[in-house]
Design a protein around this ligand. Structure first.
Ligand SMILES: [Fe+2]
Length: 234
């Protein structure tokens, strides 16, 4: 059991504020986003695909207890099937929306399997800091070659890529170490990727980082987070 680092009342407040921010760009989350915990429980048999592939709300402070400085809002809109990935056919894709707030750091990490396009969908500037990989470790002396909207770029170690609204970068598994944050304001971020399992696919440079937060229950959840499914849906 993860030690609590954030309260449920704070999570609820972040949910409300994030939904409003996303809607301000004309993007509306799918219907299951707005189910109450009781509705979710009632629909859980038909919603098996949502639960099994961890689609839905995902708010993390990486277990550090300071969401404003190190944290991320995510909502997984769709997510495929890891078995399909092994077969090489089927639902191999995923889509997320995220919010990187101004100076809110998403810590340095890479992925084992997931290739991802990180897209600035609107708002301020998204800064993505990039390093290369040596033997599975973040190599702070190694640069990167990445594609931004299909165009090849060669970057020095630690290059801070600045994505303006409409711009994106493609990050490859085991190759591109990345950390990101909003600059000059909050950013509405999109992610289009291969199928993704956040329980197993994230490697952080700092081993103290946890992908999901433990939650102190000080009020009822407005909506369930993906990290609530096991406990709240049985
Ligand atoms: Fe990533």
């Amino acid at each position: 059991m993860t030690k609590p680092s954030i309260t449920r009342s704070r999570i609820n407040e972040i949910l409300r504020r994030s939904d409003e921010f996303i809607r301000s760009f004309g993007y509306v989350l799918p219907p299951f986003a707005y189910w109450s915990p009781a509705e979710f429980r009632a629909k859980k048999d038909d919603a098996k695909a949502i639960i099994d592939s961890n689609m839905g709300w995902d708010i993390t402070d990486f277990g550090l207890g300071k969401f404003d400085e190190q944290g991320l809002f995510l909502f997984t809109v769709r997510n495929g099937n890891a078995d399909d990935l092994k077969k090489g056919t089927g639902m191999l894709y995923a889509e997320k929306v995220m919010i990187s707030r101004e100076n809110q750091y998403s810590p340095m990490h890479r992925h084992f399997l997931k290739a991802e396009d990180i897209i600035n969908r609107g708002g301020a500037t998204l800064v993505i800091e990039l390093f290369g990989d040596t033997d599975g470790k973040c190599d702070r002396s190694k640069g990167t070659v990445v594609h931004c909207d299909g165009v090849r770029h060669e970057f020095e170690p630690g290059h801070k890529l600045r994505l303006e609204p409409g711009q994106s970068v493609t990050l490859m598994p085991n190759e591109h170490w990345h950390a990101f944050w909003g600059e000059g304001g909050d950013v509405f971020v999109g992610e289009v990727s291969t199928v993704n399992d956040d329980n197993t696919d994230n490697v952080y440079e700092d081993p103290r980082i946890a992908r999901f937060s433990g939650i102190e229950e000080d009020e009822e959840p407005l909506h369930l987070l993906v990290s609530d499914y096991a406990k709240w849906l049985g």
